[in-house]
Design a protein around this ligand. Sequence first.
Ligand code: GDP
Ligand code: MG
Length: 716
Amino acid sequence: MGKLRVYEIARRLNTKSSVVIKKLNDMNIEAKSNFSGIEEEVAEKFIEEWNKSRKEMIKQIKEKHKEKQPVKKEEKTKEKPKEKNIKDSQQKKHKGRFRKEEFIESVTPQKLKGRKKYKKAEKGAKEEEQDSNIINFKEGMTVFEFANTMDVDFSDILSKLFQLGIMARKNDIINLDAAKILAEEYGFEINEESLKKSEGVIEELMDIEDSEEELVERPPIVTVMGHVDHGKTSILDVIKKTNVASKEAGGITQHTAAYSVKIKDRYITFLDTPGHEAFTKMRARGAQITDIVVLVVAADDGVMPQTVEAINHAKAAEVPVVVAVNKIDKPNANPDKVKQELANYNIVPEDWGGENIFVNVSAKKKIGIDELLESILLQAEVMELKANPNKRAKAVVVEAKLDKNRGAVATVVVKEGTLNQGDAFIVGAHFGKVRALMDDRGKKIKKVGPSFAAEIIGLHGVPEAGDTLIAVRNEQAAKDIAQSRQEELKKAMLNKKGLSLENIFEKIEEGEIKELPIILKTDVFGSIEAISSAVAKIATDEVSVKIIHSAVGAITKTDIDLAQASNAIIVGFNVRPTQEAFKMSKDLHVDIRTYKVIYDIIEDVKKSLSGLLSPEEKEEILGRVEIRDTFKVPKIGVVAGCYVTYGKITRNAMIRILREGVIIYEGKIASLKRFKDDVSEVQQGYECGVGVEGFNDIKPGDSIEAYTITKIEREL
Ligand code: GDP
Ligand code: MG
């Protein structure tokens, strides 16, 4: 007779091991960890019981749900045909599929009101309720926070929500309806006062799906990306000058972070921060506004490293790519070669059976620019970009600054709805009221609609690029939300943690991830191929592995940005992070793993997917040292004149020598000196002399990374 592991039972029940352990223990069955084995017979019985009680529970919840909604939406329309029109439109407005991040979908103003009435009627009967059973409900509360207020496991809440037909994840915002049902289920009641405070606000923060009739075509929002010097700025300049300045009064003279150009009777909005850094940063903040990426490739230079990066960023964001093959005026221009090279990255022109529009242009000779703009519109047409202009605005900050005269100023691009002068809003953890709106030409305007940019003043703080602005009914509500967000932000900063090989299993179990995204950096091109194909083969039933970006060279800041935006981990093979990237990875909790043996990568990824990765050894970086000069010392060899740029270096540390971020040697220190004296350590900001055991090929510009290995107890 076999045994079932606790985690296997948990998986079958769609819950967490800890919940299973607790329930088993309640039944006097011994289970200590994920890996405890339970006799198969006992386990099957347990699962059966569990499922039975779940079914019972679902029945109860559903019945309660029915009772509490005396008139169901559909029935309402049937019973009162006279009200059809209003009801119909309301219903349409709120119907639609559950989008995972928006299961607040089912909270409608109507429902809220209905609930309130019900609550009041019931109140008389329940007059004297114990205070300890009353919990506070806050607007924008996540499933996790809500579970905490009741002191129950959030995975329990998730499975109950699931049974109510609501697909939710730990950090999704819980809707009031569901919260009420669940609170009752656990014997709690939601505080009336806290409800009143939340109600209006929730209504306004809701992401209600628009009906077809309400949707209107909107301009595409475009980001231009590509390798340095391939002509991004030049192309944007030509577009700006020929399509804005000369044709319309005013013209864009000063820098604007976003602007729209008119082509016949249609518009295109350009984000004027070329390059993928801004693009990725925005995405990291959950604000993807780019609809189309224009990839600029110089016809005389072809596909270069940043071209590949841009492609991978666009792909990770699932944004279509229109290719502008630039500099075709050059004698050595070879647009066909560009096509061939791009095909290797799955960017294939339509006439080759692919999906990408290619346009040959020259920013210098102003060739093909109109065609490029038309192609963008063509691409947009296929995408059927639409938005509802007739509701409170939702916009994204593309740039914000503190202006000496005007205070905080933000450039926003409206995603949906219309932003009016006088609107109160929240933006990130700040609030404000639109005192003035300026269009992309600096002209005062009264309102701005979907896909258009505007500069706004009237903010009580400087937001960050990528923050979402939401217009709300009144400034007080905005202030309340901003305040609670600031508190949340503080909390979040304290325990924020990205995806890592160590916690991935937990996240898989919690249903948070279905795919492990990896960014791969290696010392030579050949390794990319080998590692990618080996890693791609690793997959379990629950999760697959996907390399979202790979390149040769050191791990850089852009890699960290992309990792954060895509919740990916970074795997380095014979390369190390730059110092900047290293620091950033610590701040942003991005997991960087570096290896020397391909087999180890495969093993670690495999183990992490099944929750078996428990590192026995952990590397701790002590510091970084920059080599500024080298000296030949007779009998000893080469000694490096160094400067400690970060942390410290110690005499008995392990070291690796890096050239352009690539490990060229690993070993030990032979000598560590301050001036003439041998020392045991040198701190950041000091100079020192370092001799490396058995290695003389040090060069100025190399750096030394000092580290130690600590043993870590296995935890089970
Ligand atoms: P970015 O780094 O991608 O923004 O590239 P820039 O727009 O700054 O252009 C880099 C260089 O290429 C500049 O010297 C431009 O004058 C030049 N350049 C840009 N477009 C063209 C073009 O179509 N033809 C030629 N011959 N040169 C160009
Ligand atoms: Mg430029």
